[in-house]
Design a protein. Structure first.
Lengths: 256, 384
């Protein structure tokens, strides 16, 4: 039984192909200006014309026609994270245009969640904008900020923080220290936001989204949250994986 | 006092629906009867009704006049306050325009300070509402403010408001509240008989009717018709049942109800001011002291401007059980500090005492967050 999960995010669109509940293929590409055609493209890349039960999620989830199910990214992130990593209590996702904290029960079901989607502060966009000023690719963030000392960034607003970074550069501050300060600021913000949920020192938190690829960011987040923060090489695909896992359950129910 | 009967200059620019609002308000005024505009549910409507006046709610529900209001008021203020002020200032609301007197109360900080500015272009009377429902002093203050309002109305409109007239107004309002309560109690039916969107339409629409006896009749007929149809098999699907609490909703903020009902659930109960908050309890008709009876009912309204505010929790407690609620959605208007701060108490009560999922959402009078509301509400409903 083939199942496709597609997560249409604000920055990238992710797809996974599941066969008998195991991941056999993944695909990612920038969402671009036409999220629907990006989703269609990923769907055909994954299925190569074969029949597959399809579930969509993410902010473009309702764009694709003829899908079997559309489920919100909250439910899918929880399912996907629980699939990748057993025994987790919460998921923290820093996405391109929002961030979320989700509490799970032992079955990987959502029991509570919080979303920050009012403003770019605290989202991936914040770091993206700052890295552009520093002329650094976000993929190289770890080597850039390793062993650096964070410069305090006091503005939470993306636009004001941009001016703050520019004036720090004008004061001849080390760009690595500034970058560390930016990461420090987003980790503090994310952990303060997530602490509205019952996360404590015994909790095991799964970190998802593109930023989870960075060990430095994950460790800094663990320090601020004062608990274990884990991730997975497929962390960026967690929404798509969750969609596919739910799809697999639904499809099997239909077959039975 | 001269009663206003002419239409505003801007009238010709209005859409048909709004012109009709102006015309029906004008027709009422042409009978030489006064119109009293109100903002909050604390205003004892029985007093103006006792002198034959119409009572209309002036809480505005669209972003149309927010830009006009922001010329005078800060941007970071509750949209309901800005919008209401804006409609008043621009003569775009028939009910504000034709109100001979606007009565406000010292409820939230935003409103009570806004009334100071509104007083510059409208006759505004502000009742001093205590911040607490506890203690004799609070009660006596509110009772004396009710008496003061009665005297002010008598003086302004050169009428006498007798206790007998107040008693019949209490009886009228009690019958109206009971009719509305019977109507929204249809929400107890499981599966539901009508959607939450329709419940809200009736509750909201009833605030703009001038003839209360007609309203009572209409609402009663509607309730029995829906009940008959339900009993003959006209039922909605069984879906998760949502209770809405928090700031006033209606007009543009119906987007929250829509986001819930478009994504697989029904709203079965509205705790907000437009809903049960002010309707659930009647005024005692046994108390010979009509002012004490009015003070007792109105002071007990569970608004977040009260501290502490146990009556809101009492109402939620009862409604969650009676309406078999699966999830609670707390609607907070942007910059509403009192409801926003109270989300913690409400969440703790709903989650821990009632073991029911809870979600608070902050929104305003724009449509920019409709996508985000849909995602949040779908995720919340998926969780139930």
């Amino acid at each position: 039984m083939l199942v496709v999960g597609i997560d249409s995010g604000s920055t990238t669109t992710k797809g996974v192909l599941l066969e008998n509940n195991s991941i056999i293929k993944t695909f990612i590409e920038p969402t671009g200006y036409n999220p629907k055609s990006t989703m269609m493209n990923i769907h055909s890349e994954l299925t190569k014309g074969k029949e597959a039960y399809t579930v969509t999620t993410g902010y473009g989830r309702n764009l694709l026609e003829n899908v079997d199910k559309s489920i919100t990214e909250i439910t899918c992130h929880a399912k996907g994270a629980a699939y990748l990593c057993s025994g987790i209590d919460a998921v923290i996702d820093i996405g391109g245009q929002d961030s979320k904290a989700i509490m799970l029960n032992s079955d990987g079901q959502v029991i509570d969640f919080l979303m920050n989607d009012k403003c770019a502060a605290g989202t991936g966009r914040f770091i993206e904008v700052m890295m552009k000023i520093l002329h650094k690719d976000i993929g190289h963030i770890d080597s850039f900020i390793k062993d650096k000392t964070a410069v305090k960034i006091s503005s939470m607003c993306t636009v004001f923080a941009e001016s703050e970074v520019i004036s720090l550069l004008a004061n001849n501050k080390d760009p690595g220290n500034i970058a560390k300060g930016i990461i420090d600021s987003i980790c503090i913000r994310t952990s303060n936001f997530a602490k509205k949920m019952p996360i404590n020192s015994k909790s095991k938190v799964f970190f998802s989204g593109g930023l989870a690829k960075s060990d430095e960011i994950r460790l800094l987040l663990a320090e601020k949250l004062n608990c274990e923060v884990v991730t997975h090489e497929y962390a960026q695909y967690v929404g798509a994986i969750g969609a596919a896992v739910i799809g697999n359950q639904k499809a099997n129910k239909i077959l039975m | 006092m001269e009663i206003r009967k002419d239409l505003p200059e801007i009238f010709e620019d209005f859409s048909e629906a709004r012109r009709n609002g102006f015309i029906s308000a004008k027709q009422f005024k042409d009978q030489n009867k006064p119109m009293i505009g109100t903002f909050c549910t604390y205003m004892p409507q029985e007093l103006p009704l006792a002198m034959g006046a119409a009572v209309v709610s002036l809480c505005a529900t669209s972003d149309e006049t927010i830009a006009d209001a922001e010329v005078d008021l800060p941007r970071n203020l509750c949209p309901l306050i800005k919008s209401s002020y804006g409609f008043g200032k621009t003569d775009k609301c028939p009910y504000f325009y034709f109100s001979d007197l606007v009565v406000g109360e010292t409820t939230c900080d935003g409103k009570k300070k806004m009334y100071e500015h509104m007083g510059q272009f409208k006759d505004v009377h502000v009742m001093q509402l205590p911040n607490t429902q506890f203690g004799e002093q609070a009660f006596e203050l509110w009772k004396s403010e009710i008496v003061k309002l009665k005297e002010l109305l008598e003086e302004k409109f050169d009428v006498e408001i007798t206790e007998d007239a107040i008693k019949s107004a209490i009886n009228l309002k009690n019958r109206e509240r009971s009719a509305l309560k019977d109507f929204y109690s249809l929400g107890k039916l499981n599966p539901p008989a009508i959607s939450g969107g329709d419940i809200l339409k009736v509750l909201y629409g009833s605030t703009f009717k001038f003839n209360r006896e007609d309203t009572i009749e209409e609402v009663k007929n509607l309730t029995s018709r829906i009940l008959d149809e339900y009993n003959s098999g006209k039922k909605l699907d069984s879906k998760p049942r949502i209770l809405i609490t928090g700031c006033p909703i209606g007009g543009i903020t119906e987007k929250v109800v829509k986001a819930i009902e478009d994504n697989g659930a029904y709203v079965v109960f509205f705790e907000n001011c437009m809903g049960a908050k002010a309707i659930e309890e009647n005024v005692s008709e046994d108390n010979e002291d009509v002012y004490a009876a009015l003070a007792e009912k109105y002071l007990s309204i569970g608004c977040s401007c009260m501290t502490p505010n146990p009556n809101r929790i009492t109402m939620l407690n009862k409604a969650i059980d009676e309406y078999k609620v699966d999830g609670v959605v707390d609607v907070i208007l942007q910059a509403c500090h009192t409801y926003s701060v109270e989300t913690l108490t409400t969440k703790q009560f709903v989650n821990k005492e009632k073991n029911v999922p809870y979600m608070s959402i902050e929104t305003d009078y724009s449509t920019s967050d409709v996508g985000q509301l849909n995602t949040r509400m779908s995720a919340f409903i998926e969780m139930l």
